[in-house]
Design a binder for this molecule. Structure first.
Ligand SMILES: O=C(O)CCC(=O)C(=O)O
Ligand SMILES: [Fe+2]
Length: 361
């Protein structure tokens, strides 16, 4: 089913008017600024990151890395061991971390927030293979993943042009007005949790199911708070990797969840900041957040735990996507409680007379 997609409202006209920016954010739950980030710096970073991905085997050898021509045989995604192997090499790039501190972004966020702000230490890149659409980032609110406080802002920006078929971000305008964390369920895709929007629309008369996106150009940035409902569109290209940045910003002094002080995707692939910093040329961004007094709150794992429990139940019923999630959990860490439970579920299914799922991967 293809659903209609409407154009994001461009807010460049309000860039120097903090009150208007805040008004639009309060009303629509997002701000879209074209070419907020310098395209030449974005493209230089794109080249640097894709060069590392090419070394990791993700791009066709001999092609220009900046073209992002994916090696389909290397397909993998967040949650896969193979993904983190290459992702963590990309994660060590100093310019990648620095990009979240470019004044074009931090000045804009500070203007919107109206208080001194800080980028979260945990920076994130999304590296999305083509023809792998079941792993598209599902419909969600960022709070379930990043937590801390509802005012935390995400800034999503493709590293290169991102036409609709490459799978950029789409938002539901006004959806932050639900003012709470909605029920999230098991899903494949980044974060592994999704909101059933039609179900929620029955409960919240104000929730309009009206997706907005655009053909993003390099430098374009989408800014939204932690309760705005959003999703990625599938990467429908033949052979292009989608590369994007999503970074988070908060007012200094507001609470931050402890895991946001750590590198991304370390639960099964440990990596310290010292390892990230090993080849950096300058010191100014190393542990920069320690100078700010933000109350640190523990991560609430109940959202992820509930999603995993649902996956276990669905896998027991033979759901192929949940079965895949079990196989991944075993590969990630067979000795963890989740890995052991997943292994047990897989064995139960193998023993089930009606099992059709044993060859899913
Ligand atoms: O880029 C993606 O696929 C997911 C990004 C996202 O959900 C975010 O930036 O919060
Ligand atoms: Fe998100």
């Amino acid at each position: 089913m293809t659903e209609p997609l409407r154009e994001l409202r461009v807010s460049n006209d309000a860039m120097n008017d903090p009150l208007e920016l805040r008004g639009r954010l309060a009303d629509e739950g997002y701000l879209f600024i074209k070419q907020l980030q310098p395209p030449d710096q974005m493209l230089a970073l794109r080249r640097e990151m894709l060069t590392v991905m090419q070394k990791g085997g993700w791009l066709i050898a001999g092609t220009d890395p900046v073209d992002g021509i994916a090696n389909i045989a290397a397909q993998c995604t967040e949650g896969d061991v193979a993904y983190t192997d290459v992702y963590h090499e990309v994660y060590k790039i100093e310019a990648f971390h620095r990009s979240a501190h470019w004044p074009e972004v931090t000045d804009m966020i500070a203007k919107i927030v109206g208080r001194p702000i800080m980028p979260h230490p945990q920076k994130i890149a999304r590296l999305w293979f083509p023809k792998y659409t079941e792993h598209t980032t599902p419909i969600h609110q960022d709070f379930v993943h990043f937590q801390g406080n509802f005012e935390t802002l995400t800034c999503w920006s493709p590293l290169g042009d991102c036409p609709i078929e490459l799978g950029g971000l789409a938002v539901l305008p006004g959806s932050h007005k639900v003012k709470r964390v909605l029920d999230h369920h098991f899903s494949l895709g980044a974060g592994s949790l999704f909101v059933d929007v039609p179900e929620q629309a029955k409960l919240n008369a104000a929730l309009a199911v009206d997706w907005h996106t655009t053909n993003y150009e390099v430098g374009d940035s989408l800014i939204f708070p932690a309760l705005t409902i959003h999703k990625a569109l599938p990467n429908l290209t033949e052979d292009k990797l989608r590369v994007s940045l999503d970074n988070r910003y908060q007012a200094i002094g507001d609470p931050i969840a402890d895991h946001m002080l750590l590198p991304h995707l370390i639960s099964t692939h440990p990596m310290t900041w010292d390892e990230v910093y090993r080849d950096w040329q300058s010191d100014d961004l190393k542990y920069y957040w320690r100078q700010h007094a933000n109350p640190v709150v523990p991560k609430d794992t109940s959202y992820a735990d509930k999603g995993f429990a649902e996956a276990v139940e669905l896998a027991r019923q033979g759901d192929p996507r949940a079965y895949l999630a079990m196989q991944r959990a075993v590969k990630r860490d067979p000795n963890s409680p989740a890995g052991r439970l997943a292994q047990q579920v897989l064995e139960e299914r193998l023993g089930a007379p009606d099992s059709e799922q044993r060859n899913v991967v």
